[in-house]
Write a protein that binds this ligand. Sequence first.
Ligand SMILES: NC(=O)c1ccc[n+]([C@@H]2O[C@H](COP(=O)([O-])OP(=O)(O)OC[C@H]3O[C@@H](n4cnc5c(N)ncnc54)[C@H](OP(=O)(O)O)[C@@H]3O)[C@@H](O)[C@H]2O)c1
Length: 252
Amino acid sequence: MEIFDLTGRIAVVTGSTKGLGENSAMALAKAGADVAICGRNTDDLKRVSQAIKDMGRDSDGFILDVTSKKSVQEGVLRILDRFGKIDILVNNAGLNHREQVVDYPEEAWDLVINTNLKGYFLVAQAVAPHMLDRGYGKVINMSSILGKIALPNQLAYASAKGGVEQMTKIMALEWAKQGIRVNAIGPTYFETEMVKPIRNDPERFNFINTRTPMGRWGYLPEMEGIVIFLAAPASDFITGQTIYIDGGWTIA
Ligand SMILES: NC(=O)c1ccc[n+]([C@@H]2O[C@H](COP(=O)([O-])OP(=O)(O)OC[C@H]3O[C@@H](n4cnc5c(N)ncnc54)[C@H](OP(=O)(O)O)[C@@H]3O)[C@@H](O)[C@H]2O)c1
């Protein structure tokens, strides 16, 4: 299936040392891409890039903290030095702090916004000039159902994800005629470290099941198809969209 083939493509996935980022990196490699693994923990970087090499693809780990412009710029330069180009960028690194608005600490607001919103901008801004020079690129921004719907205690996270969806449209517009497609994915709850506190609380776990038309959380392998699709030629005429992968949550 050529339209889903990523052979020869170089992908960069931020926050790919665990969770949805690691899953996305493995999915892109399954479809043929070589992948730059990015994160802050050297052991995890080695583990994930080795897993990709074991699949017969090229890979390496890069320290890249998305909250630091310097780290982002240096990381992107090192990736370009190592692989020669970047075809696919998955902006994925993220974290959350859950608390009511009246108690929400300013430091937590700054950290969540700097990671989940400003971080996406900094990485896209560092990568885009190279994509624009080559007239080709696929940018995938990891949003959330919380980019569209609201839940209590999600002040900064939902604000960031709503921003990511608008950011996706602006980038898509500015680069539409230059071969760069920019889209977002809006997942519901998938079992990762970030959502462990919710997974381990039967009341909150079941709230999500009940709230979802399909009656359950997502399974990690169910994220693979959308990542490959948005990175591959199959989605070449799609830009500026957020695709929700949520068992129907956002339509109910
Ligand atoms: N899991 C879900 O249910 C769900 C649902 C909707 C959307 N999402 C989104 O999916 C993305 C990944 O979430 P996840 O659930 O996979 O979380 P996770 O398992 O906690 O993984 C988060 C990843 O982001 C990295 N990261 C955090 N801060 C970073 C920074 N400043 N610079 C570079 N990397 C950083 C972490 O690296 P370290 O190991 O260095 O901390 C880790 O690799 C996030 O954008 C999240 O909002 C998740």
